[in-house]
Structure formats: structure tokens, C-alpha cells
Design a protein around this ligand. Structure first.
Ligand SMILES: *[C@@H]1O[C@H](CO)[C@@H](O)[C@H](O)[C@H]1NC(C)=O
Ligand SMILES: *[C@@H]1O[C@H](CO)[C@@H](O)[C@H](O)[C@H]1NC(C)=O
Ligand SMILES: *[C@@H]1O[C@H](CO)[C@@H](O)[C@H](O)[C@H]1NC(C)=O
Length: 363
């Protein structure tokens, strides 16, 4: 293939001209080295206190994660960013599926995020959280957050707690609004419905009433260890199959975690799924190229990124961390390994580090 030959030449050139350019160089004072990260989380005070019970076990689990930092937009976060070259975080809510059913709480959380960003606009930007249980209100809240708060897109759980995805006809006005506003929608993984998936006989439950593996393992099978990633990938394919990307060809979708398993499966899925058996008029590969951006959030290995680089244009790949569930330190180590790997040129590395995000988000 011509393009892989070009890539190879570019990689060799990069290696040749900068032979081991970094070595153990201390980059801590290199101002031109910085990151913009896009899957960075915070839990609003609107979701604590009395709301916490309403919002259920999923939120409690998220809040119990990394102590003291998930509800903080202040000195701890800033010093962690600065120490690890993150110039700007785009902040959003983590997986809190029941909140999608509470438009008032969601609006309040967005207002609080806007106020926090206003204190350090050079260090933070915002993705709107949206009440996806109510598609029309979600569309209106998206517009409010973009036009009044200056948010740069939206990030929310990829399904409701009862398993509803956003490929149905009732969601068309929402996608129309996202396309009209021209802002990216980041589909974020979320917890599977416990009754459906984790109770006895469920997809992720042990077959023998908890003897073969503990329920905590089942929960992780259904969530961050596997299930919620494939589920988010599936959701993208459902949007494709429903013809959403032909109806709204300018729609911008962001997928985290190196593309939620899709890059690895893309060629096979594209052979099996296409205009012949879906509502899509465009091929899956062309849609991937036109409508999708991918981030590295939470994925700090070069092997899956190599697959992403083979399937996805380099101007669609963006570094992200998943703070505070993943570490800015590990993220920077990963980016340093990538820079030294010869897999991307220095120019491409900077596109991944910040340039692509600046272009997509207009920041
Ligand atoms: C899922 O929940 C939403 C929001 O409450 C509701 O509109 C929808 O009808 C529910 N779907 C099913 C299949 O229960
Ligand atoms: C989870 O799924 C089950 C089975 O489909 C459904 O009966 C239940 O209402 C769902 N739970 C929630 C919280 O929607
Ligand atoms: C915050 O900074 C400390 C010290 O640099 C580091 O050990 C920790 O992993 C960081 N936390 C996150 C969530 O990045």
C-alpha cells in the first residue's frame, strides 16, 4: 500500500534525522511540550448530598474511586496537570447513568462546571453532560452549554440505565442539534444494568452462583475490564447501522480508549456490515474516516495504538488520560515512549499531543 510505504519512509526519516533525539532528556522545562486532554473527569456537587441516593450505586462507585480528587477542580488537579505537561483539560462527568434522567441536576452540574472553568479558562474547557433520557431537553441543554457557557462539545454515558441506546428515531433531533452546532459528541462507557447483566444468569455473572469468580470480578468484566468498552463500540455501530451518519454527515463522534475496540475489528465488521444490510448509505470505513476521532484515554500501551495508527488518520488521534481514574504520570510516560518509538514523526506526535484537539475543539 502506498500510504504504508509513505508512513514507513516518514518513520525512517524521523528516526534518521533525530537519531535518539530524546534519550533521557529532561523535558520538564520544554515549554513547547504540552498536552491537551479530553477525557478528564469531575463529579459536581450537584450530584452529591441528597441526590447521591437517587443517582444510585454507579455514582457511589465512581465517587469512591480516587480519593479526594474526583470532586476537585483546584490546586490538586492543577499541580498534577502542571507536573505532567497537561496544559489544558477538557472536563466532563464520569459514568453516572441515572443522572441522565434528571435534567435539573444535569443543568446545575453544567453551571457549576462553567463557573469552575471561568476561574482558570486557560487551563480548563468543558464538555456538557446531558439528560439523554429526554432527547429534546438534551438537545436544548447542549445548545445552552455551547452558546452560553462556551463548552466545546458533550460527553455522556453511552446508554441509559435501562439499556436504551441513542440510535432510535426519538434521538434524531438530538443528533440534528449536535451536527448543527458542529461540536463533537464523546460517547463514554457506562455501567451495565445490574439486573440484566450481573444477577444470576446474567452476561457477566458467574455461572455457579459466585463460586467460580467473585461478583466484583463480574462487575469489572461488565465494566472497565471489558464490557463497557465493547458496548460503546457497539453503540457506534448501531448509530452507523441506523443511518445517522448519512442523515448528519458532519456529525463528529469521539471514542475514547483507543476507539473502544473498533480499530481492531474494523476490517471484518466493514465486510459484514454496510449499505447492503443497514440504513447506512456510506461504507463503514468511509464513515470511520469522516465522522470519528479517537483518544488514548486510559490506554497507555503502544500495541493497540499501532492498530489505531493503521486504521485511523493521524489527524484524528488525540492523547487523553482519564484523570483521575488513570494517572497523568503514566500518560506522560506513554507519550514519551511513543515519541521515541519511531511510530510517528515529531510533527505527528505533536498533533496527537495537542494539535488535533486544538483543531477539533477550536481551543
Ligand atoms: C428507558 O428509559 C427511558 C427514560 O426513562 C424511557 O423513555 C424509555 O421508554 C425506557 N425504555 C424501556 C425499553 O424501558
Ligand atoms: C435492568 O434491566 C431489567 C431487565 O431488562 C429491567 O427490568 C430493569 O428495569 C432494568 N433496570 C433499570 C434500573 O432500568
Ligand atoms: C497526581 O500526582 C502524583 C504525583 O505526581 C501522582 O503520583 C499521581 O498519580 C497523580 N494522580 C493522577 C490521578 O494523575
Amino acid at each position: 500500500m502506498l500510504s504504508s510505504a509513505v508512513n514507513l519512509v516518514a518513520a525512517l526519516l524521523a528516526l534518521g534525522t533525530t537519531a535518539n533525539p530524546l534519550g533521557n532528556r529532561d523535558n520538564s522545562h520544554d515549554d513547547s511540550l504540552f498536552y491537551i486532554t479530553l477525557e478528564e473527569h469531575w463529579i459536581s456537587p450537584a450530584f452529591s448530598g441528597p441526590s447521591l441516593a437517587t443517582l444510585g450505586p454507579e455514582l457511589t462507585r465512581q465517587a469512591a474511586g480516587p480519593p479526594a480528587v474526583i470532586d476537585e477542580i483546584g490546586p490538586i488537579r492543577l499541580s498534577n496537570m502542571t507536573a505532567n505537561h497537561v496544559r489544558k483539560q477538557v472536563i466532563s462527568h464520569p459514568s453516572t447513568p441515572r443522572a441522565l434522567e434528571h435534567p435539573d441536576l444535569v443543568a446545575c452540574a453544567n453551571d457549576e462546571l462553567a463557573a469552575a472553568i471561568a476561574c482558570s479558562p486557560d487551563r480548563y474547557a468543558g464538555f456538557a453532560f446531558l439528560p439523554m433520557a429526554y432527547p429534546l431537553q438534551a438537545a436544548a441543554e447542549l445548545e445552552r452549554c455551547i452558546t452560553q457557557h462556551g463548552f466545546v462539545g458533550a460527553l455522556f454515558d453511552n446508554h441509559l440505565i435501562n439499556g436504551t441506546y441513542y440510535d432510535g428515531v426519538v434521538y434524531r433531533p438530538f443528533w440534528a442539534k449536535a451536527a448543527a452546532l458542529g461540536v463533537p459528541i464523546y460517547l463514554h462507557p457506562t455501567w451495565p444494568n445490574e439486573t440484566a447483566y450481573l444477577a444470576e444468569g446474567g452476561t457477566y455473572a458467574p455461572s455457579d452462583d459466585g463460586t467460580s469468580y467473585p461478583m466484583s470480578g463480574g462487575l469489572l468484566l461488565g465494566a472497565s475490564a471489558w464490557g463497557w468498552h465493547q458496548d460503546t463500540g457497539l453503540h457506534f455501530l448501531r448509530l452507523y447501522a441506523a443511518g445517522i451518519f448519512d442523515e448528519f454527515p458532519t456529525l463528529k463522534i469521539v471514542l475514547g480508549h483507543d476507539g473502544e475496540m473498533l480499530p481492531f475489528m474494523l476490517d471484518r465488521t466493514a465486510v459484514l456490515l454496510g449499505p447492503h444490510n443497514t440504513k447506512a448509505k456510506t461504507s463503514l470505513l468511509a464513515t470511520w474516516k469522516r465522522n470519528v476521532w479517537v483518544t488514548t484515554a486510559g490506554m497507555f500501551s503502544l500495541a493497540p495504538l499501532a492498530v489505531v495508527l493503521r486504521t485511523t488518520a493521524v489527524d484524528r488521534i488525540m492523547y487523553s488520560v482519564d484523570y483521575p481514574f488513570s494517572s497523568n504520570v503514566r500518560g506522560h510516560e506513554f507519550m514519551t515512549r511513543l515519541r521515541e518509538s519511531g511510530m510517528v514523526t515529531e510533527r505527528e506526535w505533536r498533533m496527537v499531543a495537542y494539535g488535533n484537539a486544538q483543531k477539533l475543539l477550536g481551543i
